[in-house]
Ligand binder design. Structure first.
Ligand SMILES: Cc1cc2nc3c(=O)[nH]c(=O)nc-3n(C[C@H](O)[C@H](O)[C@H](O)COP(=O)(O)OP(=O)(O)OC[C@H]3O[C@@H](n4cnc5c(N)ncnc54)[C@H](O)[C@@H]3O)c2cc1C
Length: 386
């Protein structure tokens, strides 16, 4: 490590969708912010990130508001099938959502920030953080950085969160996944562009679902298959995720043992949680996302606008207490939705009676048939006007 000390106004740790979105929202607000901030990431893009890569119109709309057409390679899902045992119903759309490979999507977002003059130091990991009276001192494996404001966008295992003793690991969803190469001519998910969410195992302690996401990795048709366990009711016993994945894959004539199993957590949002302390803001997975479906990318992008607004306001008033950050977050419709999803997850994942499930399934099918999502030509994302 060199003895160099760098001073910046804003230091963003993490260049996933959260970090890039914050930077892009700041420069959209005023291009001069570009020279006042620095993003550091321990990884070098394009880097892998364990993720299904599903992005709904909620995330796409945020990119549209940033003036960014959706450029990264993606698989357009035209039907989402929700299943419970022998019952199922579908959402349709053009597309219902897109599936990206995170190494490409995150890299593209970083390039968008760099193109607007934002400095992104890749391959620089944060190893220490100390709050001083007039700045935050961050130590990386390369140098020391003194920042007026530190934004932790460093993911669900946030180093900053744990180093500043933010505690509370109860709000963590568990996810495991495998990638299976497929023949796109033989596989109906690819042919008909269908993603599946299968809730059958909810009666076996699982507070979530099994998923099948079709996608292309370097041109090869690849199914991303995984299990999401929200743990939004942490008092209940833990499901055997590997067993659920094994059984679900066996039903699809695949053996789990033939593939490399990977796992990672998602932190879920709690409106009563602590999102800031003086000079430090948490955002994205480090703060919390959706425990109902495990939708993290759209919500990671959604932190961009309120964080940019909070930071600009702090500099304008020279007040870095960040006392109003939570209130500002909750004033955005995406965070109202997040709060609602938490409440629904807590209720829905409490149910484990097959009879109630079947009733709920019939009701849900009836409701969907009365929404625009019954129409395969429905376009949920708003158009980009340039
Ligand atoms: C198995 C799995 C499947 C998922 N599937 C979906 C899905 O289909 N759709 C969806 O919407 N969401 C999904 N998610 C959730 C989604 O991946 C996350 O919510 C999203 O990545 C959060 O973005 P982020 O920018 O906050 O964090 P991240 O994307 O994790 O980025 C954090 C960045 O911080 C960097 N970093 C970490 N520590 C340090 C450090 N000490 N110093 C410097 N840099 C550091 C990392 O290198 C990384 O680049 C899934 C998650 C998992 C685990």
């Amino acid at each position: 490590m060199s003895a160099e000390i760098v001073q910046v106004d804003i230091l963003i740790v993490g260049s996933g969708p959260t970090g890039s979105s914050i930077a892009l929202h700041l420069v959209q607000q005023d291009p001069k912010w570009a020279e006042r901030m620095l993003i550091v990431d321990k990884a070098i893009h394009p880097r892998d990130k364990l993720c299904g890569g599903g992005i709904t119109y909620l995330g796409e709309n945020i990119l549209t508001d940033l003036g960014l057409p959706f450029e990264p390679n993606n698989f357009s899902v035209r039907e989402v099938q929700l299943r419970y045992a022998d019952k199922s119903y579908s959402f349709y759309g053009n597309p219902v959502f897109r599936i990206v490979r995170r190494r490409e999507f995150d890299h593209w977002l970083v390039q968008q920030a760099e193109a607007r003059g934002v400095a992104v130091s890749q391959g620089e990991g944060v190893v220490g953080v100390e709050i001083r009276p007039n700045f935050v001192q961050v130590t990386t494996d390369k140098r020391t950085i003194q920042a007026q404001v530190l934004i932790a966008a460093d993911g669900s295992r946030s180093f900053i969160r744990s180093r500043l003793k933010w505690d509370d690991d109860s709000r963590v969803a568990r996810l495991i996944e495998v990638d299976t190469p497929e023949d796109p001519q033989q596989n109906w998910n690819f042919r008909d562009k269908v993603a599946v969410f299968d809730f059958t195992h909810m009666t076996n302690d699982l507070q979530g679902y099994y998923w099948d996401f079709p996608s292309y990795v370097d041109g090869v048709a690849t199914m991303n298959r995984g299990v999401f366990d929200s743990r939004s009711r942490p008092e209940k016993s833990k499901a055997d995720l590997k067993g659920v994945l094994r059984d679900s894959m066996a039903e699809r004539a695949r053996s789990l043992d033939d593939y490399k199993l990977k796992g990672a957590p998602i932190r879920w949002f709690d409106a009563k949680g602590q999102f800031s302390q003086p000079r430090v803001l948490l955002a994205g997975d480090a703060a919390g996302v959706d425990p109902l479906f495990g939708e993290g990318i759209s919500f990671a992008l959604a932190y961009g606008a309120p964080v940019a607004e909070t930071v600009a306001d702090a500099f304008a008033r020279a007040d870095f207490s960040f006392e109003s950050y939570r209130k500002r977050l909750m004033s955005y419709s995406m965070f109202k939705q997040l709060r609602l999803r938490v409440a629904i997850a807590r209720f829905a994942y409490k149910l484990n009676s097959p009879r109630i499930f079947r009733l709920g399934w019939t009701a849900a099918r009836w409701v969907v048939a009365r929404t625009p999502w019954r129409n395969p030509d429905y376009v949920p994302a708003k158009p980009l006007v340039q």
